[in-house]
Design a protein around this ligand. Structure first.
Ligand code: CP3
Length: 339
């Protein structure tokens, strides 16, 4: 098997830098749009054959070094007791606004209640035939709480912050329930065959260091620690979080995602040798010419030269207008590079 990803995440030596891309299956690919023209996004997530097909699309086209399950971080919200739609961003029915609402949140048995997730993972492991590892994922508890309280994306995050400052006990009770759900949800992904996982903390960056520590890091760490002895590398990706690195440095992840806002050499200087780093090309570079893509990718590789482990990725998800041939050039550049 090509196990470059797993070795790099564990900071073991690799012949070259492995690459995968956040949202590597998605609307920038014509073959994805073809599937999506027939079914909506939720149906895609809930149909293991279709989720398997779109997960495989970027693997076939580019020979990336890892597959990531096609799903969404909001999937566990439904068995927790909420209706959810994608339009195209997620919209949650009857969001959590009070301690009484938190009381009603369920802690589900994901294995029984989200069987399609685990069926897709088993199908993918068969389909991949051990060629590249399969990555599972979930939201960090804080990021999922943001969606459950705001009900959708937000500009000022006034509702989650209102709860954080005015009703901290209620928010802690919600985060407890989400953490337990997430430990079960990822644990069962590992049982089904996920060989690494990533915790997405997309909204960590809206917090200051003190509130981040109390409401985000504590629960992300709980999930990471609970899964430490499962033998799979654990990646923690907090977007927009350079102001939180002193705190993040304390988490028990094997690897940390870094967005494009800080060079990987500087990140390494602050985060230290305990973590492999994953990142961090600006997704907008992929909208430029192929030569620019190659030049900027080489800069990332150069700045990653002295890292204890490096997994190439974008600093955030790939953008829908990305020309597929630019991804081709990116993968060739990274896979052809010898450091
Ligand atoms: O990385 C992968 O290829 C795996 C699939 C994946 C999706 N979402 C598919 C998706 C993963 C890992 C996610 C995670 C996710 N989902 C995050 C964390 C990462 C991040 O981007 O910060 C977040 C915040 C979400 C919530 C979400 N889902 C939003 C805000 C949106 C709408 C924005 C958009 O891109 O349209 C989605 C929908 C979504 N999730 C799509 C895909 C491919 C688009 C669905 C479609 O219309 O086909």
């Amino acid at each position: 098997m090509n196990d470059l990803l797993l070795r790099a995440l564990r900071r073991e030596p690799t012949e070259r830098t492995p690459i995968w891309i956040m949202r590597q299956a998605g609307r920038y690919l014509p073959e994805y749009r073809e599937v999506r023209s027939k079914v909506d996004f939720v149906t895609l997530c809930k149909t293991p054959e279709l989720a398997t097909e779109v997960t495989m699309q970027p693997i076939r086209r580019y020979g990336l070094d890892a597959a990531i399950l096609f799903s969404d971080i909001l999937v566990p919200v439904e068995p927790m007791g909420f209706g959810i739609e994608f339009n195209p961003g997620p919209v949650i029915d009857r969001p959590v606004r009070s301690a009484a609402d938190v009381e009603r949140v369920r802690v589900p048995e994901p294995e029984q209640e989200l069987p399609y997730v685990y069926e897709a993972i088993r199908m993918l492991r068969r389909e991949l035939e051990g060629k590249v590892p399969l990555i599972g994922f979930a939201a960090s508890p804080f990021t999922l709480a943001v969606y459950m309280v705001e009900g959708q994306g937000s500009k000022n995050f006034d509702k989650i912050k209102g709860m954080l400052f005015d009703a901290p006990e209620a928010l802690h009770a919600l985060l407890d329930k989400i953490s337990e759900t997430t430990i079960r949800y990822i644990g069962a992904q590992i049982d089904a065959g996920a060989q690494a996982f990533q915790l997405f903390d997309t909204w960590a960056g809206i917090l200051a260091p003190e509130t981040y520590r109390e409401f985000a890091l504590r629960y992300a760490s709980r999930v990471l620690d609970a899964l430490a002895d499962r033998g799979v590398p654990r990646v923690y990706f907090a977007l927009n979080s350079a102001h939180l690195w002193e705190e993040i440095r304390e988490c028990g992840a094997d690897a940390l995602g870094v967005d494009w806002r800080t060079g990987l050499d500087k990140a390494h200087g602050i985060l230290g040798d305990r973590f492999a780093l994953q990142g961090n090309l600006d997704p907008c570079v992929l909208l430029a010419s192929p030569d620019t893509v190659e030049r900027e990718a080489r800069k990332v590789l150069e700045r990653a030269r002295d890292l204890p482990g490096h997994v190439f990725n974008l600093g955030h998800g790939i953008l829908p207008p990305t020309p597929p041939e630019n991804v081709q050039r990116l993968v060739e550049t990274v896979q052809g590079h010898r450091g």
